[in-house]
Structures are given as structure tokens and as C-alpha cells.
Design a protein around this ligand. Structure first.
Ligand code: 1CP
Length: 341
């Protein structure tokens, strides 16, 4: 089998130069993405059209020497597959009809969620066939708590108050919601591996704002169940966890969920992340706005991140998603620095 530097790093093998991919690397900062997006009625249609989803996944790899492609889809295809109404409104982000304590039992009852997600799995198969063998193909899903915040709140929010309160007021319905998300995520990720994904990432984008008891029940437990459930069917499946904002809970997340590697957000101090076990591969953690501004501060910070993680397996990445304002030359500069020093 051809050596895939990024996959090897997830599995614990330190590389001479850290491999790189960029969170949300297919997206609005690329004119070729905007062109395809403008031709589709809505964002979910793009996710469910294998021709287009394959094309936009590959776009960033044509421009930059990235080590991985990440499946073009969204974390909210799972609520959509479970029968909840999900819409992406221009300039507003996602809008869902919120679930209630009563409606949760009906999720996923009308149609097999995997059947609904079949076009996404077809995209994974096409990507596998199209990618050069040394490139790693990353699949993903949203972690249950993060997906639940959208399902309960109906949209993104800065404090996830609706979901946090729902969990406290309706513990049984909330547990049932996490259960259905865990089960659907396991089936979906196993299907992504079977279709050709090398690695999957669990996006726990809203791991902040939870007290330690809620962090255990909402984040650690469901992520651990997904890791165990996937590995029961795909032995040794390589999994990256990205609990954004986990801060003081990072070490527990790594130890207790059993993920192979951890994504680190940009607000995590390098010195703090550096104290995590040296055998643990880390991914991150450049502030996306540094990539917007560019120049000397960008070069200096790239060097600081490389130095902080030089003694462990490291995958270079941003500490959250790339933003639409990012100049393409800055991305080219970043990738060139990683490849050529
Ligand atoms: O009109 C458009 O083009 C929509 C913009 C967009 C894009 C390009 C959305 C809507 N989703 C995506 C793709 C996407 N989403 C990918 C594709 C692969 C790649 O990285 O290239 C991935 C991995 C995601 C994951 C995702 N979606 C997350 C987790 C990562 C993160 O940023 O924290 C989250 C939270 C979402 C929800 C979502 N989807 C879209 C938006 C604008 C949002 C965020 C809404 C919010 O801020 O609450």
C-alpha cells in the first residue's frame, strides 16, 4: 500500500514535515467553489449531488499540495436524514424546525437514514477512485451534542442555551436524542469507511460552554460510544476527535473516548496542548484570521506551531474553519511553507 503521510500521522507515526489539510478547505474563499454553488438551488442539493460534491472536494487539491481531501458534505445531513426539516438560508446559516420532547421518538422512523445518505456515500466512492494514492481521504460527521444543539435550537447560537436547558428539563428525551444520533453516526461512519474513507473526524464544534458533568454526559460518552461502535465493525478505524473549546477537558477527551488523534482549536495555548501525552497525534491550530491577514505574523505563528509540536506526530491545520475572506495567495504561502520550509 502506498504511504499516506496524513493517515500515518493519525496512526501515530511522526513525519519529517507535518502533513497539512485545512478545515473547510472546500468553500467560499475559492471562486471555482462559488461558481458551482451559484448554479445549485440550495446547499443541501450540492451535498447530495455526487458529481458536484466530488468536484468541489477536489478543487482545493488542484490548487494546493494538500495531504488530504475532506468529503464535501455537512454535519446537518444527519438531522435531514432523520426527517427533520433543514434549510440553508442565504447569509443566515442553517435553519431547522426545532425538535420537541415529543417529536424525538419519531426521528428516523419514516425512512432508513442511510438510504437518504446514499448520494454522500457515492461521493466517497468517487473520491476514492479519483484521488492520488498518497492522499488521505477524510470522512466526517458532527458529534451528537453539536448536532443536537442545531436540532433543538433550530439554528447556530453562541451559547447553545436552548440545548443546554432542554437537556436539564427533559433528560429522558435528550438521552433518546443522543442515542439516535450515536446510532445513526456509527452506521454513517462505517458506511464511509466501506466506501473508501481512510480516516474520519468527529466535529464537536460546540464543546465549549458545558460544565464538567455535562461535558462527560454530552460529549465524552457519546463520542466514546461512536468510537467503540465504529471499531466493532471496522477494526482499528482511524478517528480524529475535534472537541472545539474543550480546554481543560482535552486530556480527558483524548483518554476516555479512545480517538487516535485530536484537533486543537486556536484558543488552546501551545504550551497547554504540548503537555498532552507525546504519543498523541495533534492537529492544528492556526487562527483562521492569521491566514486572512497574512504577512510576517502568519510566518511567525506557523513557526511557533511547528516548534511547539515538533516532538510528536503533528498534522498542520487551522484551529477552526477557513473564512470566505481568506486570500488564496495566503493559503498558497502556508502550504508552501509546510512543504518547502
Ligand atoms: O453557501 C454555502 O456555501 C454554505 C457554507 C457551508 C459550507 C461550505 C456550510 C453551511 N457547510 C459547508 C461545508 C462543510 N461543513 C464541510 C465541508 C468540507 C470541507 O471542510 O471542505 C464541513 C466539514 C462542514 C462541517 C460543519 N458544518 C461544522 C463543523 C465544523 C465547524 O466549522 O465548526 C458545522 C458547525 C457546520 C454547520 C454549518 N454548515 C454551514 C454553516 C454556515 C454552518 C455553521 C453555522 C453556525 O455557525 O452555527
Amino acid at each position: 500500500m502506498t504511504h499516506k503521510p496524513l493517515l500515518a500521522t493519525v496512526l501515530g507515526e511522526k513525519q519529517k514535515r507535518p502533513p497539512i489539510w485545512i478545515m473547510r478547505q472546500a468553500g467560499r474563499y475559492l471562486p471555482e467553489y462559488r461558481e458551482i454553488r451559484a448554479k445549485t438551488k440550495n446547499f443541501l442539493e450540492l451535498c447530495y449531488t455526487p458529481d458536484l460534491a466530488t468536484e468541489v472536494t477536489l478543487q482545493p487539491l488542484r490548487r494546493f499540495d494538500l495531504d488530504a481531501a475532506i468529503l464535501f458534505s455537512d454535519i446537518l445531513v444527519i438531522p435531514d436524514a432523520l426527517g427533520q426539516s433543514v434549510r440553508f438560508e442565504q447569509g443566515e446559516g442553517p435553519v431547522l424546525d426545532p425538535v420537541s420532547a415529543e417529536s424525538i421518538a419519531g426521528l428516523g422512523m419514516k425512512k432508513d437514514p442511510l438510504e437518504h445518505l446514499a448520494p454522500v456515500l457515492e461521493t466517497v466512492r468517487r473520491l476514492r477512485a479519483a484521488l492520488a494514492p498518497e492522499k488521505t481521504l477524510i470522512g466526517f460527521c458532527g458529534s451528537p451534542w453539536t448536532v443536537a444543539t442545531y436540532m433543538i435550537g433550530g439554528r447556530g447560537s453562541s451559547d447553545q442555551a436552548a440545548a443546554r436547558l432542554f437537556a436539564l428539563r427533559h433528560p429522558e428525551a435528550f438521552a433518546a436524542l443522543l442515542d439516535v444520533l450515536v446510532e445513526t453516526s456509527i452506521n454513517y461512519l462505517v458506511a464511509q469507511f466501506e466506501a473508501g474513507a481512510d480516516v474520519v473526524q468527529l466535529f464537536e464544534s460546540w464543546a465549549l460552554n458545558l460544565d464538567d458533568q455535562a461535558f462527560t454526559s454530552h460529549v465524552i460518552e457519546p463520542n466514546r460510544r461512536i468510537v467503540d461502535g465504529v471499531r466493532a465493525r471496522v477494526p482499528n478505524a482511524p478517528i480524529i476527535g475535534f472537541p472545539r473549546g474543550a480546554a481543560g477537558n482535552l486530556a480527558r477527551y483524548a483518554a476516555e473516548t479512545g480517538v487516535n488523534a485530536m484537533g486543537i482549536d486556536y484558543a488552546t495555548p501551545l504550551s497547554f496542548a504540548g503537555n498532552l501525552p507525546k504519543t498523541l497525534p495533534l492537529q492544528g491550530n492556526l487562527d483562521p484570521l492569521r491566514l486572512v491577514a497574512g504577512g510576517r505574523q502568519l510566518d511567525d505563528r506557523i513557526d511557533a506551531i511547528l516548534a511547539a509540536f515538533a516532538d510528536r506526530p503533528h498534522i498542520f491545520n487551522l484551529g477552526h474553519g477557513i473564512v470566505p475572506e481568506t486570500p488564496i495567495e495566503h493559503v498558497a504561502r502556508l502550504v508552501d511553507r509546510l512543504k518547502n520550509g
